[in-house]
Design a protein around this ligand. Sequence first.
Ligand code: URA
Length: 276
Amino acid sequence: MMPDHDLRNIDALLDFYAASGVDAGLDEAAHDRFAESAAEAQARAGRQPVADRGAEARPIAAPAANPALAASAEDQALVARSAARAAATLEELRAVMEAFEGCALRLTAKSLCFADGNPAARIMFVGEAPGGDEDRVGRPFVGRSGQLLDRMLKAIGLDRNLAYIANIVPWRPPGNRTPTPQEAAICRPFIERQIELCDPDILVCLGGPSAQALLGSRDGIIKTRGRWFEYATGSRTIRAMATLHPAYLLREPRQKRLAWRDMKALKAALENPPPS
Ligand code: URA
């Protein structure tokens, strides 16, 4: 049995890791991923990587790479696009995404957080990426941000039976970091197809990364929010708006008045569909 002082040291070490944002144990040994990527790039270019470029330089073997992950983000986005296009229903799309191996985030995430709410809803909300609670449960927006989103929906007479909810990236980035542009680009064909298959009348981007990915906005979210955009789903053009992300509103409650303005505009738009 381990002595008490060792257990206390382990507790302190785990507390230190948690405070530093380390919330998932992936392997027993540390890996230098930058060195591995360099080795993979050299191997792809047909050169043997060397451990040390000095007099004693010896060739070292490139680490075994997952071939699905070795391709570039552009290649993976193309694979994702053609797989997403082949899905004729949301359930088929979910199956395609469960089987997709081209995004490294799925290796560290526990679940695919595909969607929540009602796929027949007239309004669809798209956030950034799942957090820890979402990853555990396997559904988007179930943690604190999700609870605030529920209150925002309720304020305009909606709930999860009247809204469909997804994310730009369906796998949790480790430590809840922002998805990289490459990860967002690889996953974009999936959310685009999900929007097309859900076919809402109104699309709402929650936060800047969602607005950038789907509305092509280059301005910050404070400037982008509350404006109407046109979004081409592939089968028709619908109205779209960006608003502040609930996680941001939890940190900056004074900005709730801006989100409230956006929610009222969304309610009015649902009540007054454009003439067909
Ligand atoms: N934040 C998001 O953007 N999505 C979630 O699902 C949860 C938190």
